[in-house]
Design a protein around this ligand. Structure first.
Ligand SMILES: NC(=O)c1ccc[n+]([C@@H]2O[C@H](COP(=O)([O-])OP(=O)(O)OC[C@H]3O[C@@H](n4cnc5c(N)ncnc54)[C@H](OP(=O)(O)O)[C@@H]3O)[C@@H](O)[C@H]2O)c1
Length: 237
């Protein structure tokens, strides 16, 4: 089996073994430089993945029911979140957008086969944006979309596996909330000194920090792929 097949099998086994009910299995997957940068600046994207790791990313998209990003990524990258470099189904695109900043001209508003789901906290939005399905949810303490509620809604709508692609605020929020089950990282062999993938995880002790355990790594083209399960330490330790 080649690397793509092994990662797909590994994820499939993980999804089958996943016991938590009421929320999807969550895979965190993004590309970073050696110094942990995912972009040049928060509003300036940078294509980091090589050809083969880009194909792996699209393969991963195709084996998840949903794909989720934050509105920061939409405003910066205008992504499509479709499967183009692999043969497979497009996942359901989902955007966390508390203040409903989604531009009506975003590419996610005109996908050929899916209406993008936008999760917001704006209750009386009354907004009808063509191509979007907007749902208001409870806000968290910071007024952003509450992640446990969002995941419960997605589960109820049939999303049993979710790929979280970024950006940094969303990656950090999922890790802080201990809602990531598996990670597949593309690491490119360059220093960027840019916008970092992970912010303050608000954990009070070193033991509480999320770790990959077990983890695996292999070179793919010019990049390194690192993948594994997340384990969360005891917050009281
Ligand atoms: N290299 C990669 O693989 C990769 C992948 C994706 C993105 N990126 C890069 O990441 C950068 C964007 O990252 P970013 O940190 O600025 O934006 P982001 O994480 O994509 O989106 C953050 C925004 O999402 C909204 N949000 C709603 N609910 C949230 C919650 N519970 N937790 C966190 N955020 C929530 C917030 O805005 P509201 O409060 O207005 O809702 C927040 O500011 C871009 O430069 C992009 O190129 C890189």
């Amino acid at each position: 089996m080649n690397l793509n097949q092994r990662i797909e099998h590994w994820l499939s086994d993980n999804k089958k073994a996943f016991r938590a009910t009421g929320r999807p299995f969550v895979t965190l997957s993004y590309a970073q430089s050696l110094d942990g940068s995912i972009a040049l600046r928060c509003d300036e994207p940078l294509a980091l993945s090589g050809e083969q790791s880009l194909r792996l990313t699209h393969q991963l998209r195709s084996i998840h029911d949903g794909i989720l990003v934050g509105i920061g990524t939409v405003l910066s990258d205008d992504p499509q979140l479709t499967v183009r470099h692999w043969v497979g189904q497009n996942p359901q695109p989902i955007v966390l957008d508390s203040q409903l900043r989604m531009p009506p001209k975003a590419r996610l508003c005109c996908l050929p086969d899916k209406r993008c789901w936008v999760l917001t906290t704006v209750d009386d939005h009354g907004a009808v944006i063509e191509g979007l399905d907007i749902t208001a949810l409870q806000g968290d303490a910071d007024g952003r979309v509450c992640l446990p509620h969002a995941l419960q809604l997605l589960w109820n709508r049939g999303i049993k596996s979710l790929m979280v692609e970024g950006g940094a605020s969303v990656i950090s929020a999922f890790l802080s909330a201990r809602l990531v089950d598996a990670v597949v990282l593309t690491i490119t062999p360059q220093f960027v000194g840019g916008y970092k993938a992970v912010k303050d995880l608000e954990q009070t002790s070193r033991a509480a920090l999320p770790k990959l355990n077990p983890f695996f790594s292999e070179r793919l083209g010019d990049d390194l792929i690192l993948w594994g399960n997340i384990s969360y330490g005891d917050t009281a330790a």
